[in-house]
Design a protein around this ligand. Sequence first.
Ligand code: IFG
Length: 520
Amino acid sequence: MLRSILLFGLITLQMFAMAMLPTELSDSGIIPKPVSVIPATGIFTLTEKSAIIVPDKSVELMQIGQYLVDKLNPATGFGMLVKSSTGAKSTGNIYLSLSPGDEQLGNEGYQLTINSDVVSLIANKPAGLFNGIQTIRQLFPARIEMASKQQGPWEIPAGTIRDYPEYSFRGVMLDVARHFFQVNDVKRYIDLMVAYKMNVMHLHLADDQGWRIEIKKWPKLTEIGGSTQVDGGKGGFYTQEQYTEIVKYAAERYIMIIPEIDMPGHTNAALASYSELNCNEKATELYTGIKVGFSTLCTGKEITYQFITDVFSEIAALTPGPFLHIGGDESHATKIEDYIPFVNRVQEIVSGLGKQVIGWDEIALSTLKPNTFVQFWAKADNALKGVKQGAKVIMSPAANAYLDMQYDATTKLGLHWAGYIEVDKGYNWDPATLVPGINKENILGIEAPLWSETITNIDELEYMVFPRLPGYAEIGWSASSTRNWDEYKTRLGRHDDRFKALQIDYYPSKLVPWSVPLER
Ligand code: IFG
């Protein structure tokens, strides 16, 4: 009897000890799943003597190095620095360098080599280094994400990771029109999405309930149109300086900002701000409900196109990315014979500004210019019309990717017109096979929109976005042949200690085997 108790005790101790040691590299639970992970023997240990080394004082490499230092110093308590050196590598350091020529890695891929002495991260482009840094973060114990000093040791298992994305467009959309989100909330969302290697943030800047971006030539758009929001709150808007601050913050994290001004529908905030934009020359009332499809710009008046030209000119000048989103959805108050020429003309205006058009799938009813992209959200037929015209598609199927859909009937926030989206339904789909006729070569990438009719603050945003966002990140990054829910859910379950360390207000779905916090 005594022997068996002793034996049991020994086994338990052994298991606990194992849990304490860094796991093998291939068991690190990285999301999105990397292309290849080859474990090796050995463990790299970060110490207070460690440094982040870049080969030269290029501003961009120093900035990326500083980003990593800023992620590692708080929890380790080390005062690590970024240094430049081309000399021999010395133990305990993390080396970042660009080494163009590894074609397979593309613009966003990286190769991470870890041994007992050093960590080496290489990439063709800076964005690849930035993505590799997200992997490094996930290789350290989750407590690395804490804002205060934690117990060491800070070890990561040896091996090599080669990684690069399936799709170059891996995005989220944030509706700041129904409910306004301050700059800091947008920055927080950017911080969280880059941890999972997403690289596009589409901002829905205007709708029936609010106009959220200052346009100097049309000041009443924000004075009046920005003064309220759903349920009558005080609304708000970004000055052009604040929008520029968001764009800069995003660019430093290799995120492309795509601004959307939805038209001709979803325009009540503009119509309430300027009577001349209305066919009857009468400004509408401000609207704080959540109906859709009742508003339209006056497509027959020339001033409408001057308005659109002025708006998109000012926004284009503040937007380094190649895309302007013209909306085009739910234009139920616009006759189709007016809608089609309207969309044709707006495409001309946008391409005249040197930008490419994205529009919701209804725009495929018009004649798409060569560089126009169709965002599939509701009607597969529309998206297929776009494909037939040679357009590439951004996949945002409402039934799988709308982050404002409730998880289930008990979710207090969100809507369910497209159905409930539990974590498994958000993950269990392949953009390249979802719609017959839309294949991988027709797809630019995926985007998960969060509409904010019922979402009023960053905590509610986080509850709807997590834990579904890592799944969309993986759909955009990892080959669908390597993905399956049963394997993924366990990996996702091990991210709860990261969500907690990052103070993310996530929905603890019952479908996910959440882990006991792993103190690796
Ligand atoms: N559809 C509308 C959105 C928003 C959404 C809420 C699109 C393209 C329903 N248009 O989705 O404005 O109201 O889930």
